[in-house]
Design a protein around this ligand. Structure first.
Ligand SMILES: C[S@@+](CC[C@H](N)C(=O)[O-])C[C@H]1O[C@@H](n2cnc3c(N)ncnc32)[C@H](O)[C@@H]1O
Length: 232
């Protein structure tokens, strides 16, 4: 789920400028994912939405002081959680499905300790736990909600959309891109809406871009230009 952690240093100042220069009091992220953008935004009210109920349960538990290290997410537990999601607390399912898995791909295979090509020993799960633990103080007043983006009706807000990119397979669910862009058009009438994507329909303009590497499916990596779009 770290996709935005690499580029947040570029896009956060752009989003922040729209908030500050327009006196915006509410910031909304309909696809909050790893919260790598919302954790750096300053705004009176910050709302983080995702349709992954397990992820939202994890954030709420962490806000309530849950000790993430009370769970020993070994390979056996990972497999058990994967096969019996309903038998475990939702936040534990999120630990297995997102933190203990490669590149935060939903149950994309157990990623414990590995020796990388350069001989470095890495424990991906520990790294993910350390990263999210660092985020906890930065997201303590974020209002997290489990919902699908299309149910949201923000007004007078800055909305930053980072949906699963067209053509990628990293996330739990897919979205219909025609419906998505129509929803962005609708809410752009009374909000400032910024969208991350590689491409957008013609009635959107690119306000920022950077070259990047994307994962097209579980193994293919490819170069692409990551952009930020706004409705003309
Ligand atoms: C690209 S990630 C967001 C990355 C995030 N900006 C970050 O900083 O890590 C996309 C997120 O959208 C969520 N998602 C997918 N379909 C959704 C939907 N219909 N409504 C809301 N969230 C959805 C996924 O669960 C995933 O967490």
């Amino acid at each position: 789920m770290g996709s935005k952690s690499r580029i947040s240093k570029y896009i956060v100042p752009i989003i922040q400028k729209y908030i500050d220069e327009n006196g915006i009091k509410t910031y909304v992220e309909p696809f909050v994912g790893g919260a790598n953008v919302i954790d750096k935004i300053r705004c009176d009210t910050r709302i983080g939405v995702d349709n992954n109920e397990y992820l939202i349960a994890l954030y709420k538990s962490l806000q309530n002081g849950w000790d993430i290290r009370s769970v020993d997410m070994n390979k056996e537990l990972y497999q058990n959680v994967k096969d019996n999601k309903d038998c475990h607390p939702k936040q534990v399912v999120a630990l297995a499905g997102l933190l203990a898995t490669y590149n935060a791909k939903w149950f994309g295979g157990y990623a414990g300790t590995v020796v990388t090509k350069t001989g470095v020993v890495r424990n991906y799960y520990d790294e993910a736990v350390r990263n999210i633990t660092k985020q906890v103080p930065l997201i303590k007043d974020v209002e997290f909600k489990c919902d699908t983006y299309s149910n949201l009706n923000p007004v007078n807000s800055v909305v930053y959309c980072d949906p699963p990119y067209f053509g990628t397979t990293e996330y739990k669910d897919k979205i219909d891109y025609d419906d998505y862009w129509n929803w962005v058009r609708k809410i752009s009438a009374n909000n400032i809406v910024l969208c991350s994507e590689y491409n957008a329909p013609d009635d959107f303009e690119c306000v920022w871009s950077i070259g990047t590497t994307i994962t097209l499916n579980h193994s293919d990596r490819s170069n692409a230009t990551e952009k930020l779009f706004i409705k003309i």
